[in-house]
Design a protein around this ligand. Structure first.
Ligand code: UDP
Length: 254
């Protein structure tokens, strides 16, 4: 990560700029190739899976914006980002979502021996997600797990636990931007080659997020059910009209 700059576009000219934030034009395959190169090089790096609400947040949280602009890889996590890239005339090829990256890297851990650490979500959930991944990829190397509800006083012991476990990849599932702020704060002490913010991935992979009852699914209202089950999601969804409006008006300015 570089220290001084005004815009992500200056530091990473290949990125597609959406409301002032650069997103790497990578497919899942290309993102994995870059991550594997980062693992080889062993210099601590941060990977961000950016969604529309994260980009809206970056308009008013300068620290988060700065982290996004300097990140080593920013992938298009959500469909909103793909939509915006099309509207702005530089279409991104496909979504590279956090939860899919976790699964792909679990598969690579089995075939190539990468060491993985799961940090985040409510107590027990990271363990459950790890258990599910061990069942799916029996040769996987998960070298540690920890939940994501800790105090500042506990932070250093968690950093130490990660450092001692020597993972190649650290998944941090504590929500945007908390997870990225944690990663950047401890990047060099943890000395992990690749740290990736993966939002609600462990909730999904552990299976604790239950599907809607069948009648609700049949009415095509599963999205509404999910929103009701997780009130934090309402705040995210409410940022989407603002995101769309900002993209459409910024297009006129170009
Ligand atoms: N979380 C956490 N620590 C906290 C707050 C949240 O580990 O202090 C976890 C939460 O349990 C959930 C994840 O962070 O598993 C955030 O999920 P969400 O889908 O809301 O995040 P997003 O993908 O929107 O960033």
């Amino acid at each position: 990560m570089s220290t001084v700059m005004a815009s992500g576009a200056m530091l990473y000219p290949d990125r597609v700029e959406i409301l002032g934030i650069g997103v790497d034009p990578v497919t899942m395959r290309e993102a994995l190739n870059r991550i594997e190169k980062f693992i080889e090089k062993r210099i601590p790096r941060i990977v961000i899976t950016a969604d529309a609400s994260g980009i809206v947040l970056a308009q008013k949280d300068p620290r988060w914006r700065d982290i996004l602009l300097k990140a080593d890889l920013v992938t298009p996590d959500s469909y909103g980002i793909i939509w915006a890239s099309r509207k702005l005339g530089s279409p991104l090829a496909e979504r590279v979502a956090g939860v899919d990256l976790v699964v792909e890297l679990c598969a690579l851990s089995e075939s190539k021996g990468y060491r993985l650490f799961f940090l985040g979500a409510a107590p027990g959930i990271a363990d459950k997600a790890a258990e599910k991944m061990r069942k799916r990829f029996p040769g996987i190397h998960i070298v540690g797990t920890h939940h994501g509800y800790f105090s500042e006083a506990e932070e250093l012991s968690i950093v130490e636990k990660i450092r001692i476990a020597r993972p190649d990849v650290l998944f941090v599932a504590m929500g945007i931007p908390r997870q990225e702020k944690f990663i950047v704060k401890h990047l060099y002490e943890m000395a992990v080659p690749v740290s990736i913010g993966v939002g609600g991935s462990f909730d999904v992979l552990s299976g604790v997020i239950k599907r809607a009852p069948y009648p609700v699914q049949k009415m095509h209202l599963e999205w509404l059910w999910r929103l009701m089950m997780n009130p934090r999601k309402w705040r995210k969804v409410l940022t989407l009209p603002r995101f769309a409006w900002s993209v459409l008006t910024s297009r006129k300015e170009h």
